[in-house]
Design a protein. Structure first.
Lengths: 393, 256
């Protein structure tokens, strides 16, 4: 079975580049040039150097002892929360800003949900002296106010998306409209493994450093480079794709993608795309999509701003369809409880997105020697007000 | 030969097309608006089927699409309205919308139904050329539906040639790199682009759209192309009180 993309930009039935003609020259330029650019030795050196000295990679793989005791297996945390800017999003932002420079672009646009990708993009734009405009849903700007302030302090302009559900999907629409209007000087840094080909593949490659390091670290720490299980949360799915990437061909490794059930899969307030979605087309790719019978996109819900996206990346749709990865879901309440548990057992306050992955540990049964890797994709600082409100600290 | 081909055979200059969103401003105004446009002297119609995430559209058409959806518009209902429309309107009709509602309806079924109710062509901005060629072209041809491709100032010459090969009624030239609804600013660069396309001597006629909303922009567009398309400016008019009565005057103000 083939897990990777074909020449037309498809993962099995999913992917492609369903874009209006106005975006074609930009996307085509990327498609023609990105492989050559990122394969270049100079690019690789600069990317690796920045990941090491600026981001702080490799991120630790931490054996969480008390969590391991609780679940009766060896639970390893891949500490993307310790990256500069506090999440895995910086890996992709660094890769794409270097690409944008080599394409001769002067202006960067991005969409953001929880604000982590917006912060990462604003950060690399400051680093490289590029103009930065971030589109963010009006509702997300309220619930992730600290990240809005961070982006502004970093010199970015944050533009509220006021259409539709005023969240991530609408911010993405606005960013695409900006790109249509600024086709020559602007590069669009998409933050997840979504969008028209080559974005899903390119973002996955930049995030694949997560699983590349994990394999090495597991070998050093356990003598085996393959774990029994790998878990990650999925909104669009970039941390999960990075976490799965180098394990895809290792069929014995069970890959578990955790979606946000919101208030429950059947509650009408959910973002569990693999359960509630059907094949459709959004933001330039054919994927699994939450939609009405008429093909109108349904507004998803999750307490976590980074997970309430109505689709999943096309490679996830493929892995789901061929059952290479298992797609499960966790409610708001379960994720908050898991966030509290990780805080009090390990002294780590996770982003609510990442807490969804931890919550699924409760539902699994392990053998004593199982090695389990959970992607701790981001830290919880940005979510403190949500935790405080829920637990009444 | 569908109505669109017949029209372009017969009339080579100053064609005027108008876009409006089905189900806007009210659910059942589609046919009345179409009839008023024909009477006012419009040459062909583009009727939008609404989508929740219209990325190629500016605020005016986004608003009309959302209102139409809120009013309850969908493809089934639109096809019913179009069957009624064909009893009262004889000018060519194009459907314009995004690919996902069409795919969910079923492309085969969409083409068959569109042809049955008298639609002549389809404009789907986010339907890629590759997918059209490999999956949809035969279906469109079988039902005599024209597929309209867009060309922008950034479209490379080789691609324009390819689009010309694949087209069988007209090519939709975007006046600028923009979403819908921004007024055409005619600059030297725009004129150079229009002239460049004209000099290519394409086998298909061209019609310029995006940013055409008054006599000046209509004249500018039709100086370089066979026709012009008015969209957002007309949709804006539909958002004002007494819009039905204003339609003849609006069209006259453009055509002169």
């Amino acid at each position: 079975m083939r897990y990777t993309v074909n020449e037309q930009g498809y993962y099995g039935d999913f992917g492609g580049a369903y874009i209006p003609e106005m975006l074609y020259p930009n996307v085509e330029e990327l498609r023609q040039q990105y492989l050559q650019i990122i394969g270049d030795a100079g690019f690789k050196n600069e990317f690796d150097q920045l990941l090491k000295d600026y981001v702080g990679r490799p991120s630790p793989l931490y054996l969480a002892k008390r969590l391991s005791e609780k679940y009766g297996a060896n639970i390893f945390l891949k500490r993307e929360d310790l990256n500069h800017t506090g999440s895995h999003k910086i890996n992709n932002a660094i890769g794409q800003i270097l690409l944008a420079q080599r394409l001769g672009k002067k202006r960067i646009i991005a969409e953001t949900g929880a604000g982590q990708h917006g912060v990462a993009t604003a950060t690399v734009c400051a680093l490289m002296g590029m103009q930065c405009v971030v589109y963010m849903g009006e509702i997300d700007m309220e619930r992730q106010a600290p990240n809005v302030a961070r982006m502004k302090m970093l010199g970015a302009t944050v533009v509220p998306a006021t259409s539709g559900s005023k969240t991530l999907k609408d911010a993405t629409n606005e960013a695409m409209r900006d790109w249509i209007g600024n086709p020559v000087d602007t590069h669009y840094i998409i933050g997840s493994v979504v969008g028209p080909y080559p974005y899903p593949e390119m973002v996955a490659q930049f995030q694949s450093i997560i699983s590349l390091e994990t394999k090495k670290q597991l070998l050093e720490q356990t003598g085996k480079e393959l774990p029994e299980y790998v878990l990650a949360c999925v909104g669009g799915g970039s941390n999960a794709m990075g976490m799965f990437y180098h394990f895809l061909e290792d069929e014995q490794v069970k890959l578990i993608a955790v979606e946000a059930a919101g208030k429950g899969v059947d509650s009408g307030h959910s973002a569990a795309t693999s359960v509630l979605g059907r094949e459709g087309i959004l933001h330039g790719s054919r994927t699994i999509l939450m939609q009405t019978d008429d093909g109108q996109v349904v507004e998803p819900y999750s307490i976590s701003a980074g997970l309430d996206y109505p689709g999943i990346g096309p490679q996830h749709a493929h892995l789901h369809k061929i059952q290479r990865a298992q797609y499960v879901n966790i409610t708001d309440d379960e994720s908050l409880q898991a966030g509290l548990l990780l805080s009090q057992l390990e002294g780590i306050i996770p982003a609510i997105e990442s807490a969804h992955a931890f919550a699924y540990l409760e539902k699994m049964k392990f053998e004593k020697d199982d090695n389990v890797v959970v992607c701790l994709s981001g830290r919880g600082d940005k979510d403190l007000s949500t935790y405080i409100k829920h637990f009444g600290f | 030969m569908n109505r669109l081909n017949q029209l372009f055979d017969k009339k080579k200059n100053n064609l005027l097309s108008v876009y409006f969103t089905a189900g806007y401003p009210e659910l059942n105004t589609t046919v009345d608006i179409a009839e008023a446009l024909e009477k006012a002297g419009v040459d062909f119609l583009e009727i939008g089927f609404p989508y929740s995430d219209p990325v190629a559209d500016g605020p005016t058409i986004q608003h009309s699409s959302q209102t139409a959806l809120d009013n309850g518009m969908n493809l089934n209902l639109l096809f019913e309205q179009l069957a009624e429309l064909r009893k009262r309107v004889s000018i060519p009709v194009l459907l314009m919308g995004y690919v996902n509602p069409m795919v969910q309806y079923g492309v085969e079924r969409f083409c068959a139904k569109a042809a049955e109710v008298g639609v002549d062509g389809v404009i789907v901005p986010d339907l890629p050329m590759y997918e059209y060629e490999t999956l949809y072209k035969n279906c469109f041809a079988q039902h005599e539906l024209s597929n309209i491709f867009l060309v922008t100032p950034q479209t490379a010459e080789a691609r324009i040639r390819k689009i010309d090969e694949l087209s069988n009624s007209f090519i939709y030239l975007l006046s600028s790199a923009s979403v819908t609804g921004n007024s055409l600013q005619v600059s030297d660069a725009t004129e150079t682009y229009f002239q460049r396309i004209k000099d290519m001597q394409l086998k298909n006629p061209t019609v310029i759209g995006f940013g055409i909303g008054d006599r000046a922009t209509y004249q500018k567009a039709t100086a370089y192309a066979n026709g012009a398309i008015v969209g957002s400016a007309f949709v804006k008019l539909l958002g004002t009180p007494g819009y039905m009565e204003k339609i003849p005057e609006f069209i006259k103000s453009i055509k002169g």
